[in-house]
Design a protein around this ligand. Structure first.
Ligand code: NDP
Ligand code: GDP
Length: 326
């Protein structure tokens, strides 16, 4: 039986990855940071029905001693570093925290693995945000990076440190440059989930309008369940490497709105307003990934279309609100 250690297991990807690995017979450990809201933390694992199957270990990414202990105690075969301050907009108001968790936190993990489980394979959650002000219309592993936020700059540091540990110490360290991926378990502050939650509220008469920022922004949106499969495939390769994971299709926020409202039988233009409060100091206008390497070397293909994902997210938010009633 293989053992995995997932940081960020309480987040969207951590929950889907835990389910995926449990389904393959793994013993799954997850990092849990201390919180006064312990009763609500783990909601995503509960949603997937696996909260009792994962084993939690108490640690925080910024506390090297706790991370080292977690790696020592669990002795994982595979380490997935998914923990981060992951919301781009917050990274302008909390740039130092973002640097500490998203940037240096990854180095804490690399150090802990190098010292306590050097044979373990390591996955770093890199991001398409690193392309930022895009240097090529379609981005692949050779496209130069141009980060546009403190989040992206922190991710870029973590990315290069992962490459460096691979080259310096021969670690089996791979970095997945994942384009945006969503699901019913996406954080409510991200635009897709904000939209599907807004659609559900309007449909149920709990709200009349939905205020958004830049409707022209375009993203290459995939489904988290497809993307965690790519993470695992990277860990099964004999040789570590970096991989772009993307659908190859780019869609505007405006078009996402149209699809989500239409799924509930609503006209988006009657409800969506623009509020400058949701604009960003510097924007990533458009992202579109080329996942040829993942396709060729990993045999990876996304299976869930944008339309199917939008429908799943709207239906899940309708169901959640009907149950909760607010
Ligand atoms: P989430 O924001 O849903 O999850 C983040 C996780 O990190 C949570 O489990 C959170 O714990 C944990 N965390 C935050 N700070 C700390 C800390 N100091 N110590 C320990 N754990 C901490 O992110 P996603 O699941 O969406 O993304 C997973 C990873 O992939 C992230 O690194 C993200 O930046 C990256 N990524 C995501 C993309 C996407 O589109 N989803 C695209 C590309 C990269 P808690 O529940 O306690 O807050
Ligand atoms: P990101 O790509 O990691 O920043 O993911 P987000 O879902 O937070 O944002 C995707 C795009 O949607 C960005 O270009 C945002 O500027 C744009 N956007 C437009 N309106 C909103 C909004 O109300 N909230 C968020 N989070 N993003 C918005």
């Amino acid at each position: 039986m293989k053992t995995a250690l997932i940081t960020g297991i309480t987040g969207q990807d951590g929950a889907y990855l835990a389910r995926f690995l449990l389904g393959r017979g793994y013993r799954v450990h997850g990092l849990l940071r201390r919180s006064a809201s312990a009763d609500v933390i783990g909601e995503r694992l509960r949603w997937l029905g696996i909260e009792r199957e994962v084993e939690m270990v108490d640690a925080d990414l910024v506390d090297l001693s706790s991370i080292l202990r977690a790696v020592q105690v669990t002795q994982p075969d595979e380490v997935y570093n998914l923990a981060a301050q992951s919301f781009v907009k917050t990274s302008w108001t909390q740039p130092l925290l973002t640097g500490q968790v998203t940037g240096l936190g990854a180095v804490n993990m690399l150090e802990a693995v190098r010292l306590a489980a050097p044979q373990a394979r390591f996955y770093q959650a890199s991001s398409s945000e690193m392309y930022g002000l895009i240097q090529a219309p379609i981005q692949n592993e050779t496209t130069p990076f141009y980060p546009r936020s403190p989040y992206a700059a922190a991710k870029l540091y973590a990315h290069w440190m992962t490459v460096n540990y691979r080259e310096s110490f021969g670690m089996h360290a791979s970095s997945g440059i994942l384009f945006n991926h969503e699901s019913p378990l996406r954080g409510i502050e991200f635009v897709t989930r904000k939209i599907t939650d807004g659609v559900a509220r309007i449909k149920l008469g709990l709200a009349k309008t939905l205020a958004l920022g830049n409707l022209d922004a375009r993203r290459d949106w995939g489904h988290a369940a497809d993307y965690v499969r790519a993470m695992w495939l990277m860990m099964q390769q004999e040789t570590p490497a970096d991989y772009v994971v993307a659908t190859g299709r780019t869609t505007s926020v405006r078009e996402f709105c149209r699809l989500a409202f239409a799924h509930a039988g609503l006209d988006w233009e009657a409800h969506v307003t623009v509020d400058p409060a949701f604009l960003r100091p510097a924007e990533v206008d458009v992202l579109q990934g080329d996942a040829s390497r993942a396709r060729e070397r990993l045999g990876w293909e996304p299976e869930i279309t944008l339309e199917r994902m939008v429908a799943e997210m709207v239906d899940a938010d309708l169901e959640r609100l009907r149950r909760r009633g607010s």
